[in-house]
Design a protein around this ligand. Structure first.
Ligand code: IMP
Ligand code: MG
Length: 174
């Protein structure tokens, strides 16, 4: 049976917010270059749209991480499946993520990247679920703060499905 998905943010709302975020980031990094690190696979749609809205010089790299355990419960142990292609020494790095949920993935990842000699490491996430946080994470840019619901679309999946939805929706599990 098809899952029931209700719209949380329309495509127009998501695009408008990403445009605002791009403008803010461009201001904050004026006179610098920015190295975007997108986290596969969920952040790819967001990272590409955001990159197009940033006016300072941008380079892009991607990393793939997963937490051990099943897909809906985060175990806190993070594995790097694909590391960065290029070293980040001396660069201003902006990690681009789809969602910060428990914070397990990002607290590990930011710690890992901070040890690689970059000039700075900041975090930009499209969605933020602060109610679910288990580990403290400094989020520098948040698209939308959302309640404790399982969301899909704009890169986010439910069992690898729905990443291609152009909007963000809530999967009805009840
Ligand atoms: P963490 O719990 O903050 O470590 O988040 C781990 C990962 O779980 C995120 O990067 C997402 O890929 C995934 N995730 C967390 N919440 C959701 C959700 O509501 N929908 C889809 N994926 C999610
Ligand atoms: Mg993710």
């Amino acid at each position: 049976m098809a899952d029931k998905i209700s719209v949380l943010f329309t495509e127009e709302q998501v695009c408008a917010r990403i445009k605002e975020m791009g403008e803010q980031i461009s201001k904050d990094y004026e006179g610098k270059s920015l190295h975007l690190v997108g986290i596969l696979k969920g952040a790819t749609f967001f990272a590409c749209e955001l990159a197009k809205r940033i006016t300072v010089p941008v380079t892009l790299d991607f990393m793939s991480v997963s937490s051990y355990g099943d897909s809906t419960v985060s175990s806190g142990i993070v594995k790097i499946n694909k590391d960065l292609d290029e070293p980040i020494e001396g660069l201003d790095v902006l990690v681009v993520e789809d969602i910060v949920d428990t914070g397990n993935t990002l607290s590990y990842l930011l710690d890992n990247l901070q040890k690689r000699g970059s000039a700075s490491v900041k975090l930009c996430t499209l969605l933020n679920k602060p109610e679910r946080r288990l580990k403290e994470v400094d989020v520098d840019y948040t698209g939308f703060i959302i309640p404790d619901e399982f969301v899909v679309g704009y890169g986010l999946d439910y069992a690898q499905k729905y990443r291609n939805l152009p909007y963000i929706g809530i999967v009805e599990t009840k």
